[in-house]
Ligand binder design. Structure first.
Ligand code: SF4
Ligand code: SF4
Length: 189
Protein backbone atom coordinates (compact mmCIF):
# COMPACT_ATOMS: atom_id res chain seq x y z
CA UNK A 1 0.00 0.00 0.00
CA UNK A 2 1.26 3.46 -0.89
CA UNK A 3 2.19 5.33 2.28
CA UNK A 4 0.60 8.75 2.65
CA UNK A 5 0.61 11.37 5.36
CA UNK A 6 -2.71 11.33 7.16
CA UNK A 7 -4.29 14.24 9.01
CA UNK A 8 -6.66 14.00 11.91
CA UNK A 9 -9.32 15.92 9.97
CA UNK A 10 -9.48 13.02 7.47
CA UNK A 11 -10.44 10.55 10.19
CA UNK A 12 -13.97 9.23 10.57
CA UNK A 13 -14.25 9.56 14.34
CA UNK A 14 -17.89 8.50 14.52
CA UNK A 15 -16.95 5.22 12.83
CA UNK A 16 -13.98 4.78 15.18
CA UNK A 17 -16.13 5.37 18.24
CA UNK A 18 -18.80 2.91 17.15
CA UNK A 19 -16.41 0.17 16.00
CA UNK A 20 -15.80 -1.39 19.45
CA UNK A 21 -19.53 -2.04 19.69
CA UNK A 22 -19.21 -4.77 17.07
CA UNK A 23 -19.14 -8.32 18.47
CA UNK A 24 -15.57 -9.38 19.23
CA UNK A 25 -14.19 -5.84 18.91
CA UNK A 26 -15.05 -4.64 22.41
CA UNK A 27 -11.46 -4.56 23.72
CA UNK A 28 -10.00 -2.66 20.77
CA UNK A 29 -9.33 0.52 22.76
CA UNK A 30 -7.13 -1.32 25.25
CA UNK A 31 -4.44 -1.95 22.62
CA UNK A 32 -1.00 -0.84 23.86
CA UNK A 33 0.60 -1.07 20.39
CA UNK A 34 3.15 -3.61 21.60
CA UNK A 35 3.35 -5.29 18.19
CA UNK A 36 3.09 -8.84 19.52
CA UNK A 37 0.28 -9.57 17.05
CA UNK A 38 2.44 -8.52 14.10
CA UNK A 39 5.38 -10.56 15.36
CA UNK A 40 3.15 -13.62 15.82
CA UNK A 41 1.24 -13.41 12.55
CA UNK A 42 2.58 -15.96 10.04
CA UNK A 43 1.34 -13.82 7.15
CA UNK A 44 2.49 -10.37 8.31
CA UNK A 45 5.37 -10.58 5.85
CA UNK A 46 2.94 -10.42 2.95
CA UNK A 47 0.56 -7.82 4.39
CA UNK A 48 0.54 -4.15 3.38
CA UNK A 49 -0.48 -3.18 6.93
CA UNK A 50 0.61 -5.23 9.92
CA UNK A 51 -2.10 -6.34 12.39
CA UNK A 52 -0.79 -3.74 14.86
CA UNK A 53 -1.19 -1.01 12.23
CA UNK A 54 -4.70 -2.20 11.41
CA UNK A 55 -5.70 -1.85 15.06
CA UNK A 56 -4.12 1.63 15.27
CA UNK A 57 -5.83 2.86 12.09
CA UNK A 58 -9.23 1.52 13.14
CA UNK A 59 -8.90 3.15 16.52
CA UNK A 60 -8.04 6.50 14.93
CA UNK A 61 -10.85 6.32 12.38
CA UNK A 62 -8.94 5.82 9.11
CA UNK A 63 -11.66 3.65 7.71
CA UNK A 64 -10.79 3.66 4.02
CA UNK A 65 -7.15 2.83 4.66
CA UNK A 66 -8.02 -0.39 6.42
CA UNK A 67 -10.90 -1.35 4.16
CA UNK A 68 -8.71 -0.91 1.08
CA UNK A 69 -5.80 -2.87 2.51
CA UNK A 70 -4.95 -6.38 1.38
CA UNK A 71 -4.19 -7.34 4.98
CA UNK A 72 -7.76 -8.08 5.97
CA UNK A 73 -8.02 -10.51 3.03
CA UNK A 74 -4.70 -12.19 3.68
CA UNK A 75 -5.64 -12.89 7.31
CA UNK A 76 -6.10 -16.65 7.50
CA UNK A 77 -8.11 -16.52 10.76
CA UNK A 78 -5.53 -18.65 12.54
CA UNK A 79 -6.11 -16.77 15.84
CA UNK A 80 -2.37 -16.84 16.70
CA UNK A 81 -2.37 -13.06 17.27
CA UNK A 82 -5.44 -13.21 19.50
CA UNK A 83 -3.89 -15.97 21.62
CA UNK A 84 -0.68 -13.98 22.19
CA UNK A 85 -2.16 -10.50 22.64
CA UNK A 86 -1.41 -9.33 26.21
CA UNK A 87 -4.58 -7.24 26.16
CA UNK A 88 -6.80 -10.14 25.10
CA UNK A 89 -7.94 -8.37 21.94
CA UNK A 90 -9.58 -10.60 19.35
CA UNK A 91 -7.73 -9.23 16.33
CA UNK A 92 -9.20 -11.99 14.17
CA UNK A 93 -12.73 -10.76 14.91
CA UNK A 94 -11.65 -7.22 14.03
CA UNK A 95 -10.40 -8.58 10.68
CA UNK A 96 -13.71 -10.39 10.11
CA UNK A 97 -15.66 -7.24 10.83
CA UNK A 98 -13.51 -5.25 8.41
CA UNK A 99 -13.97 -7.87 5.68
CA UNK A 100 -17.73 -7.73 6.03
CA UNK A 101 -17.70 -3.96 5.95
CA UNK A 102 -15.41 -3.88 2.91
CA UNK A 103 -17.74 -6.18 0.97
CA UNK A 104 -20.83 -4.23 2.06
CA UNK A 105 -19.17 -0.95 1.02
CA UNK A 106 -17.68 -2.38 -2.19
CA UNK A 107 -14.30 -0.78 -1.54
CA UNK A 108 -12.06 -3.82 -1.35
CA UNK A 109 -9.07 -4.03 -3.77
CA UNK A 110 -10.52 -4.61 -7.23
CA UNK A 111 -9.64 -7.84 -9.02
CA UNK A 112 -8.13 -9.17 -5.80
CA UNK A 113 -9.45 -12.73 -5.73
CA UNK A 114 -10.08 -13.31 -2.02
CA UNK A 115 -12.94 -10.81 -1.48
CA UNK A 116 -14.49 -11.94 -4.77
CA UNK A 117 -14.23 -15.56 -3.60
CA UNK A 118 -15.87 -14.62 -0.28
CA UNK A 119 -18.71 -12.83 -2.08
CA UNK A 120 -19.28 -15.69 -4.53
CA UNK A 121 -19.32 -18.17 -1.65
CA UNK A 122 -21.84 -16.06 0.26
CA UNK A 123 -24.09 -15.61 -2.80
CA UNK A 124 -23.98 -19.32 -3.60
CA UNK A 125 -24.97 -20.30 -0.06
CA UNK A 126 -27.60 -17.56 0.13
CA UNK A 127 -29.26 -18.64 -3.11
CA UNK A 128 -28.86 -22.42 -2.93
CA UNK A 129 -28.12 -23.27 0.69
CA UNK A 130 -24.98 -25.15 -0.29
CA UNK A 131 -21.56 -24.47 -1.66
CA UNK A 132 -20.44 -26.00 -4.99
CA UNK A 133 -16.65 -25.63 -4.96
CA UNK A 134 -16.17 -25.84 -8.70
CA UNK A 135 -18.63 -23.07 -9.49
CA UNK A 136 -17.46 -20.76 -6.70
CA UNK A 137 -13.86 -20.99 -7.93
CA UNK A 138 -14.93 -20.76 -11.59
CA UNK A 139 -16.84 -17.51 -11.07
CA UNK A 140 -14.12 -16.09 -8.84
CA UNK A 141 -11.62 -16.68 -11.67
CA UNK A 142 -13.95 -15.27 -14.34
CA UNK A 143 -14.41 -12.09 -12.34
CA UNK A 144 -10.75 -11.56 -11.53
CA UNK A 145 -8.29 -13.31 -13.84
CA UNK A 146 -9.78 -15.98 -16.17
CA UNK A 147 -6.29 -17.11 -17.21
CA UNK A 148 -5.77 -18.57 -13.75
CA UNK A 149 -8.16 -21.36 -14.78
CA UNK A 150 -5.46 -22.70 -17.08
CA UNK A 151 -3.10 -23.24 -14.15
CA UNK A 152 -5.88 -24.95 -12.19
CA UNK A 153 -7.05 -27.19 -15.01
CA UNK A 154 -4.84 -30.17 -14.27
CA UNK A 155 -5.66 -30.24 -10.55
CA UNK A 156 -9.35 -29.77 -11.34
CA UNK A 157 -9.28 -32.64 -13.80
CA UNK A 158 -7.67 -34.95 -11.23
CA UNK A 159 -10.19 -33.96 -8.56
CA UNK A 160 -13.09 -34.55 -10.94
CA UNK A 161 -11.65 -37.81 -12.29
CA UNK A 162 -11.22 -39.27 -8.80
CA UNK A 163 -14.70 -38.18 -7.73
CA UNK A 164 -13.50 -35.55 -5.25
CA UNK A 165 -15.07 -32.60 -7.05
CA UNK A 166 -18.47 -32.42 -8.67
CA UNK A 167 -19.55 -30.13 -11.49
CA UNK A 168 -23.15 -30.32 -10.32
CA UNK A 169 -24.67 -27.15 -8.96
CA UNK A 170 -26.12 -28.42 -5.71
CA UNK A 171 -28.80 -26.97 -3.50
CA UNK A 172 -30.95 -27.84 -0.52
CA UNK A 173 -34.68 -28.46 -0.40
CA UNK A 174 -36.97 -25.66 0.83
CA UNK A 175 -34.65 -22.94 -0.45
CA UNK A 176 -37.38 -20.43 0.24
CA UNK A 177 -36.55 -20.67 3.94
CA UNK A 178 -33.13 -19.18 3.21
CA UNK A 179 -34.66 -15.74 2.83
CA UNK A 180 -34.82 -15.59 6.63
CA UNK A 181 -31.05 -16.01 7.08
CA UNK A 182 -29.85 -12.54 5.94
CA UNK A 183 -32.53 -10.93 8.10
CA UNK A 184 -31.40 -13.01 11.08
CA UNK A 185 -27.74 -12.10 10.52
CA UNK A 186 -28.64 -8.39 10.33
CA UNK A 187 -30.31 -8.70 13.70
CA UNK A 188 -27.05 -10.11 15.09
CA UNK A 189 -25.20 -7.14 13.53
S1 SF4 B 1 -0.75 -7.71 20.52
FE1 SF4 B 1 -2.65 -6.77 21.27
S2 SF4 B 1 -1.98 -5.02 22.52
FE2 SF4 B 1 -0.24 -5.63 21.24
S3 SF4 B 1 -0.39 -4.35 19.38
FE3 SF4 B 1 -1.45 -6.26 18.93
S4 SF4 B 1 -3.60 -5.84 19.46
FE4 SF4 B 1 -2.37 -4.25 20.44
S1 SF4 C 1 -5.61 -14.39 12.74
FE1 SF4 C 1 -4.96 -13.24 10.89
S2 SF4 C 1 -3.86 -11.45 11.67
FE2 SF4 C 1 -3.99 -12.93 13.35
S3 SF4 C 1 -2.08 -14.12 13.26
FE3 SF4 C 1 -3.61 -15.27 12.08
S4 SF4 C 1 -3.36 -14.54 9.95
FE4 SF4 C 1 -2.32 -13.03 11.28
Amino acid sequence: MERQIRYQREADLAWAHSFPQNPGCERLLSCIQCGTCSATCPLALYMDLTPRQVIALVREGFREDVLRSKTIWLCASCYACAVECPQNISITDVMYRLKREAIASGIYPKRFPIPVLAREFYEMVRRRGRNSEFWVVFWMAMRTNPLVLLSMARTGWELWRTGRMSLRLRGIQRRGDLQYLPAASKEVD
